[in-house]
Ligand binder design. Structure first.
Ligand code: ARG
Length: 463
């Protein structure tokens, strides 16, 4: 390009009579953040070039030069030898300009039958797909670690909470399996997002399709897409998959944040249910005794950003008419931030979970202190023929009495217990101990050690 015919000095500069203002260049560039799409951009361009040769729009020699030239550029980028230029605006034009520098006219033919609008849509779908394929094994690692921890603590009694008040005894293993269920739903949400996004955008071109005899299905197959998108206008404007990903990421973080909240509570001396390994904690610069649960706190804190990113994308899209608008360039910083944040949060949890030390005695003591078997006493009376409401009332009075005496229900003598109902006999103790209470909840999905072991066995055989 001679500068007399292209004072803007841009790949798109033919019609421009003056160069872009430096401020506008700085304002509108995206290469500072979209350079991370280089792998997907190169893969997409190589598939496009091969297709153009297959349908006779490009010569085989040009297609080969393009594919090899892009391989060389990929190697340069990975070796840190590629100089990104903000004047070239985005990842697409940086790579295309370098390709033309390397291979001459063949490079200028690459963009035949394509627009940056379908190009960026392709890059983005490939990118989100790659990200999901990286996150799923990480989620599996966490799910497996929870299974191991659940197995170790299948008999460990702890208080189960509602309203954060001690409710009924549960096993620590059961609690870990509850966390695991959340992760498994998160995984299926990611895979669901992957399934819907896995269609090829290329061919939509700017918005209306292209005049060349392209073979979209050939490109789709090369790039591992399950098919091609249906409508060119929708294709260049659609960012649903980025929103879906950010929604799935938000839910992952919401789950990790809830775990974090529990771990933070459990690690305080008032609970003392768990010890987090030193290497996941930090100290205080002033208080020598402190061991702070910074990792779960940071996960909880980062959750806000990831939820914010989802909101940013939803608001980004809500006012956009069809088809492509430059607004869409703003999809990247929130998406990338959510990708980075969810990745590192899952990584730290995958590292930390196997090393959580459970303080079984403290868990047990807490369950024994909170009248957590009161429901069991009521159920015992029901079995002896008392209507549930009356049983509830009788046990309530017994709890009030025991609280005054600072003893648990199972620590009251038979005479004391019988003051609240003559139906109570010596066999009551088997029911109102922590172990008795747990063992009695012995059906599919419940907390007895036997059921927790059965759930673990099911999970292991399903893998
Ligand atoms: N950097 C742009 C983006 O991310 C690429 C597409 C630009 N298309 C255009 N017609 N200006 O959306």
């Amino acid at each position: 390009m001679s500068s007399s015919s292209n004072p803007a000095g841009k790949l798109w500069g033919g019609r421009f009579a003056e160069s872009t203002s430096a401020l506008v260049e700085k304002f509108s560039e995206s290469v500072s953040f979209d350079a991370r799409l280089y792998r997907q951009d190169i893969r997409g361009s190589q598939a496009h070039a091969r297709m153009l040769a297959k349908v006779g729009v490009l010569s085989e020699a040009d297609a080969r030069a393009i594919v090899d030239g892009l391989d060389a550029i990929l190697a340069d980028i990975e070796a840190g030898r590629f100089e990104w230029s903000e004047q070239l605006e985005d990842v697409h034009m940086n790579i295309e300009a370098r390709l033309t520098e390397r291979i001459g006219d063949a490079g200028k033919r690459l963009h035949t039958g394509r627009s940056r609008n379908d190009q960026v849509a392709t890059d983005m779908r490939l990118y989100v797909r790659d990200v999901i394929d990286g996150l799923v094994p990480l989620i599996d690692r966490i799910a497996d670690a929870l299974l191991d921890l659940a197995e170790r603590e299948a008999d460990t009694v702890m208080p189960g909470f509602t309203h954060l008040q001690i409710a009924q005894p549960v096993t620590f293993g059961h609690h870990m399996l509850a966390w695991r269920e959340q992760m498994l739903r998160d995984k299926s949400r990611l895979l669901d997002c992957r399934r819907r996004l896995n269609l090829l955008p290329l061919g939509a071109a700017a918005l209306a399709g292209t005049v060349y005899p392209i073979d979209r299905h050939f490109v789709a197959e090369q790039l591992g897409f399950d098919g091609v998108t249906e409508n060119s206008l929708d294709t260049v404007s659609d960012r649903d998959y980025a929103i879906e990903f950010c929604a799935a990421a938000s839910l992952i973080l919401v789950h990790l944040s809830r775990w974090s909240e529990e771990l933070i509570l459990w690690a305080t001396p008032m609970f003392g249910f768990v010890d987090l390994p030193d290497r996941f904690c930090t100290g205080s610069s002033i208080m020598p005794q402190k061991k702070n649960p910074d990792v779960p706190e940071l996960v909880r804190g980062k959750t806000g950003r990831v939820i914010g990113n989802l909101n940013a994308l939803l608001v980004l899209m809500k006012g956009q008419p069809l088809a492509y608008n430059r607004d869409n360039q703003e999809d990247k910083p929130p998406l990338f931030d959510s990708v980075d944040t969810v990745t590192i949060c899952l990584q730290v949890y995958a590292e930390m979970i196997p090393h959580i030390v459970v303080r079984r005695d403290n868990c047990r003591c807490a369950a024994a202190r909170g009248f957590s078997t009161a429901t069991d006493l009521a159920d015992y009376l029901v079995k002896k023929g008392l209507p549930f409401r009356d049983a509830h009332h009788a046990v309530g009075s017994a709890v009030g009495y025991a609280a005054q005496k600072n003893r648990d229900l199972a620590e009251l003598s038979l005479d004391e217990l019988r003051r609240f109902s003559p139906l109570i006999e010596a066999d009551v103790y088997a029911r109102i101990t922590l172990e008795g209470s747990l063992a009695a909840r012995n059906h599919y999905g419940a907390t007895s050690p036997e059921q927790v072991r059965a759930a673990i066995a099911r999970a292991r055989s399903a893998r």
